[in-house]
Design a protein around this ligand. Structure first.
Ligand SMILES: [Zn+2]
Length: 85
């Protein structure tokens, strides 16, 4: 199954860590990415795990890593550094 988001055809993808659907997100122009798909599940094992790893290193940091895939690169997975609330 595919769908159109912001003029880009995307596959429906599931996060391999929590099985939630990945959400499309338009990356900032300076990142060099177009539309990417991201796991926005705050309970995702990938996100929760990365969050605690980073917090253990820096108490004042709210950074975490979300699971993301780049449709422009055959849905190659990568870590999207994100601020968590
Ligand atoms: Zn996930």
């Amino acid at each position: 199954m595919t769908y159109i988001y912001s003029g880009v055809e995307l596959e429906e993808r599931l996060c391999p860590h929590c099985n939630e659907p990945l959400s499309p997100w338009i990356a900032p122009p300076e990142s060099g990415w177009g539309v990417i798909v991201v796991c926005n599940n705050n309970k995702c094992n990938f996100f929760v795990g990365s969050d605690s790893d980073i917090i253990n290193k820096r108490d004042d940091s709210n950074l975490g890593c979300r699971y993301a895939e780049n449709p422009d690169n055959n849905y190659h997975p990568f870590n999207l550094l994100a601020w968590c609330k």
